[in-house]
Design a protein around this ligand. Structure first.
Ligand code: PLP
Length: 368
């Protein structure tokens, strides 16, 4: 079948709003009458200063970030933060220990990295598979922990928290890389939030860190200077050359989110889109199978198998081939779990999702 356009359901780097790409294209050679591209602009120039300040003020507005929080634009990706978080925060208390919730690949990696810098306590019984969030009544939080860490959306396994963990006053840290600005969040409940931009708020290269001011200045002495939040906060993220173009793209995406109703409007759309897919899975009589508990199914990444619980690989290949003929790309599940994964970030529209839903219904009909 001929397709008119490509729909990108990739998990990241992911689809950007076409209007953002067009604006970036229009401004590529001559940004705002400067005669040069953002790609060529000094990070110490007043023009770039305006870009980074605008990006920060849009973020503050969209997330209602309280004044006692710093917003940083850093390099090293989400993985860089797996190191930066313990390097900066595990020394908050003498014991140098941290509580981790491990509900998927990304929190597991973060916990492993933190073990280099202190004691890590996984607060719940070990999970056999990453398909649920253990009930908070089974958690053993350590009151002397420097912080409690969790990943609010596990991109590989499609497990998302629909609540904010209660920590009895211990600093809460969250990796929101794959659901950042997909729904409103009460920043005041957190000590630190971080998110790589390449899923919901821009392109690869920049990672946002939102950190409460009183947590700055506790870095371990071996913390590399570029990873030290206090240094970066004091220098407005300009200790060294920041990822200028990625920050600029983020400013365009944030403007797009604002013009489209902000995080509350994103949440409504994301609920609608994900329900459209989960409803088909639920009504398919076991033809499509999502292994994740209904209470924590992600609105951002919908993983499912085709044909049977453990997936029929031939059918899954046929499903992916058919999707690709219809212009729907990057639906293959993460290599560690297989199957299919549809990522429905903010820039994926209702129409895009409907195209996938229609295809899933048609494929089901043809194979029943
Ligand atoms: N955290 C989450 C939730 C992710 O999905 C990813 C990557 O997909 C990462 C962290 C790692 O990000 P990066 O590749 O930018 O290091």
């Amino acid at each position: 079948m001929e397709h008119k356009q490509t729909i990108n359901f990739g998990a990241g780097p992911a689809k950007l709003p076409p209007s953002v790409l067009l604006q970036a294209q229009n401004e590529l050679l001559n940004y705002s009458g400067t005669g040069i591209s953002v790609l060529e602009m000094s990070h110490r120039s007043s023009d770039f200063n305006k870009i980074i300040n605008k990006t920060e003020s849009l973020l503050r507005e969209l997330l209602n970030i309280p004044d006692n929080y710093k917003v940083l634009f850093l390099q090293g990706g989400g993985s860089g933060q797996f190191s930066s978080v313990p390097l900066n925060l595990i020394g908050l208390k003498e014991d140098r220990c941290a509580d981790y919730l491990v509900t998927g690949t990304w929190s597991a990696k973060a916990a492993k990295e933190a073990e280099k810098y202190g004691k890590v306590n996984v607060v719940h019984p070990k999970l056999d598979s990453y398909t649920k969030i253990p009930d908070p009544s089974s958690w053993t939080l350590n009151p002397s922990a420097s912080y409690v860490y969790y990943c609010s959306n596990e991109t590989v396994h499609g497990v998302e928290y629909n609540f904010t963990p209660e920590t009895n006053g211990v600093v809460l840290v969250s990796d929101m890389s794959s659901n950042f600005l997909s729904r409103p969040v009460d920043v005041s409940k957190f000590g630190l939030i971080f998110a790589g931009a390449q899923k919901n708020v821009g392109c690869a290269g920049v990672t946002v860190v939102i950190v409460r001011e009183d947590l700055l200045g506790h870095a371990l002495k071996e913390c590399p200077i570029v990873l030290d939040y206090k240094v970066q906060a004091e220098m407005n993220s300009l200790y060294n050359t920041p990822p200028c173009f990625s920050i600029y793209i983020m400013s365009l995406v944030l403007e797009w989110i604002k013009n489209n109703g902000g995080s509350a409007a994103m949440e409504m759309l994301n609920k609608q889109k994900s329900s459209m897919i989960y409803d088909i899975i639920n009504a398919s009589n076991g033809f499509y199978v999502c292994p994740v508990d209904t209470a924590c199914r992600s609105r951002m990444n919908v993983p499912f198998r085709v044909g049977k619980k453990e997936g029929d690989e031939a059918l899954e290949k046929e499903f992916l081939d058919g999707a690709s003929k219809r212009g729907m790309i990057s639906l293959k599940g993460h290599r560690s779990v297989g199957g299919i994964r549809a990522s429905l970030y903010n820039a994926v529209t209702l129409e895009d999702t409907k195209a996938l839903a229609d295809y899933m219904k048609e494929f089901l009909k043809d194979h029943q």
